[in-house]
Design a protein around this ligand. Structure first.
Ligand code: F6R
Length: 367
């Protein structure tokens, strides 16, 4: 039931603090992350030397955030591969490989076939899934459920946040088992603080971003730039816009600009730029600020998503969307929220059905 909401998507965007809190619940013990479902897999986590995360669409973008987090914390090389690509080539996998699949529905045929393929080739499989008892978790050796609750709108929002949360938990869990995270207390505190920070973004930016989308209802193309874990969020922001507002949108790694995409910038082109906190890396931050200057000099209309207090972006931004301070791996969960609101508000401004976009199904059960 939609309750008082204008759409399921609006309801599900608003439910993100709860979705993230429910996914974390029961998985923190003291100042450590312990996922009870993975009890007994310590030997596996110690024995593997490679992880492949496989998924489609939004779930594959959560996987890209997971790559950064798992490599950082568990010190295992991680590749992310679209399920429909992984399955139709001859990947180098074996019993030293853990194949992690991510699926909200647990029924996506491409992802299911990738999991079966991995098992046949001797890899161990773990699924991250939002639907209890679905086919993909049943076909996997282990499962970590996201507890986002049922997602009805075709465009994935709260499931995406819960997927990233589960990947962060998995990274910290494996990091503890492998001894590569000695002290997780700061990260555990970041996790615990997430729901409230997401709620804060929803509260403080909903009106601003909705207004912005209203002004931009005639826009024909929007670009998104990010670096580090902001890169997958740029991809996700673009996908949301394509899906529900039928606008041409593309996400880029900001560092790629000068290798091609900057040629797209002409006066008036709207560009969202996800600015990482200068507290995480002064260098990465300043690189993004110079990217903003480069596109601004060519007439782009720059909409910046930056942490509270980051004044370096002010001289070059047409609009500034603020998110609370958070650790590097946790920022994506805050930065994605205004992009979801933007896509939803733009679709609404165009008079489109945000829950049932054309040509799309909630669960893609054909290959
Ligand atoms: C985007 C979206 C799709 C799904 C993809 C995978 O908003 O909903 O890109 O993320 O079809 O679906 P699941 O997670 O059910 O495997």
């Amino acid at each position: 039931e939609k309750g008082g909401w204008s759409s399921f998507m609006a309801k599900e965007v608003a439910e993100q603090p709860e979705a993230v809190a429910n996914t974390i619940r029961g998985r923190i013990q003291g100042d450590q992350v312990v996922i009870p479902e993975l009890d007994g897999l310590d030997e596996l986590f110690l024995g593997i030397n490679r992880i492949i995360i496989t998924a489609c669409g939004t779930a594959a973008y959560s996987a890209l955030v997971g790559k950064y987090a798992i490599e950082q914390w568990a010190r295992i090389p991680v590749d992310v591969e679209l399920a429909h690509e992984f399955r139709y080539r001859d990947p180098v996998i074996g019993d030293d490989t853990l194949v992690v699949s991510i699926s909200q529905s647990g029924e996506t045929m491409d992802t299911l076939m990738a999991v079966k393929y991995a098992s046949e080739r001797g890899a161990r499989t773990l699924s991250i899934c939002n639907t209890q008892g679905a086919t993909i978790p049943r076909e996997s050796d282990a499962v970590v459920y996201t507890h986002a609750g049922p997602e009805v709108a075709v465009a994935s929002t709260k499931a995406f946040s819960a997927q990233i949360t589960a990947l962060l938990l998995l990274g910290l869990h494996m990091g503890r088992v492998r001894g590569s995270v000695a002290d997780a207390s700061a990260d555990v505190a970041e996790l615990a603080a997430l729901p409230e920070k997401i709620a804060k973004v929803l509260e403080s930016e909903q009106e601003h971003v909705t207004q912005l989308a209203g002004w931009m209802a005639d826009t024909r193309s929007v670009l998104f730039l990010g670096r580090h874990v902001g890169f997958p969020i740029a991809l996700e922001g673009a996908l949301k816009l394509k899906e529900i507002s039928y606008i041409h949108a593309e996400g880029f790694a900001a560092g790629e600009l000068k290798h091609g995409p900057i040629a797209l910038i002409e006066p008036g082109q709207p560009v969202f730029v996800l600015v990482p906190s200068p507290r995480h890396s002064a260098v990465v931050h300043s690189k993004v600020v110079s990217n903003i200057q480069e596109i601004r000099a060519r007439g782009a209309r720059v909409i910046v998503v930056a942490e509270e207090g980051d004044a370096a972006v002010l001289p070059f931004a047409d609009e500034v969307i603020r998110i609370p301070l958070a650790g590097a791996m946790f920022e994506p969960l805050l930065a994605v929220v205004p992009l979801q609101i933007f896509a939803m508000a733009l679709a609404t401004a165009k008079g489109l059905d945000v829950d049932q976009p054309r040509n799309l199904a909630k669960s893609v059960t054909v290959e």
